[in-house]
Design a protein around this ligand. Structure first.
Ligand SMILES: *[C@@H]1O[C@H](CO)[C@@H](O)[C@H](O)[C@H]1NC(C)=O
Ligand SMILES: *[C@@H]1O[C@H](CO)[C@@H](O)[C@H](O)[C@H]1NC(C)=O
Length: 201
């Protein structure tokens, strides 16, 4: 009986540790440009979905920037989130910033419908993007293939048209990642089980 409880506790803690959701509400200096994007992590894959309206038709660089500081508008969000000091690249490249999510595509009405997935950005651990910013640029991200120094930093994606701070959508989220707490949920039931065994023997 106790062994079943242990198994359930382990499975529950693993599932709980590996699912997270976050949202960013995007606002620009131009009030006609706005939108929202949600992030849903299951295991190591983060599904990214959302809608942004008011953009010019075509591709726009779409990145996670390092700071959630909007006090000076999108300009205060710093550079691309790049904890490993890599060069700028495409989301599919090994050499990329954690925040490099490539481009989004706006249609003739200026609406970008976002539906992508990424396993480098995370909602927990060292690649956690919660508290950082999403920035959409005026131009196309050349994904590091532009043949100049700026391409390897910013992708020459141009000015910042809309941005927002990524916040949690989870009730139980705390400043301590549940990934780090997970071992305790395994160790405590194991300890109780061994205690139970020691007493009943
Ligand atoms: C943002 O999300 C809200 C609530 O889901 C929705 O009503 C609104 O239309 C969204 N805004 C855009 C631009 O998609
Ligand atoms: C936040 O951004 C403003 C405006 O760019 C800047 O002056 C300020 O130093 C930033 N805050 C911090 C704590 O870095």
């Amino acid at each position: 009986m106790c062994r079943q409880i242990l198994c359930v506790a382990i499975l529950f803690s693993v599932a709980w540790a590996q699912e997270r959701r976050a949202i960013v509400v995007l606002r620009g200096e131009d009030p006609r440009i706005f939108g929202n994007v949600t992030f849903h992590q299951k295991y190591n894959v983060v599904a990214i979905t959302g809608t942004i309206v008011g953009l010019s038709e075509g591709k726009h660089g779409f990145h996670v920037h390092e700071f959630g500081n909007l006090s000076g508008g999108c300009a205060s969000t710093g550079s691309h989130f790049n904890p490993y000091k890599k060069s700028h690249g495409a989301p599919t490249d090994a050499e990329r910033h954690v925040g490099d999510l490539g481009n989004i595509l706006a249609n003739q009405e200026g609406i970008a419908t976002i539906s992508m997935a990424d396993n480098v950005i995370q909602l927990m651990g060292p690649n956690n993007i919660i508290g950082r910013a999403v920035v959409v640029h005026s131009g196309v991200d050349d994904l590091g293939k532009g043949g100049n120094a700026e391409s390897l930093k910013t992708g020459n994606a141009g000015s910042r048209v809309v941005c927002g701070v990524i916040g949690t959508l989870d009730q139980e989220a705390s400043s301590v990642s549940s990934l780090y707490l997970a071992p305790f949920f395994v160790l405590v039931p194991s300890f109780l089980l061994s205690l139970h065994n020691a007493i009943t023997v």
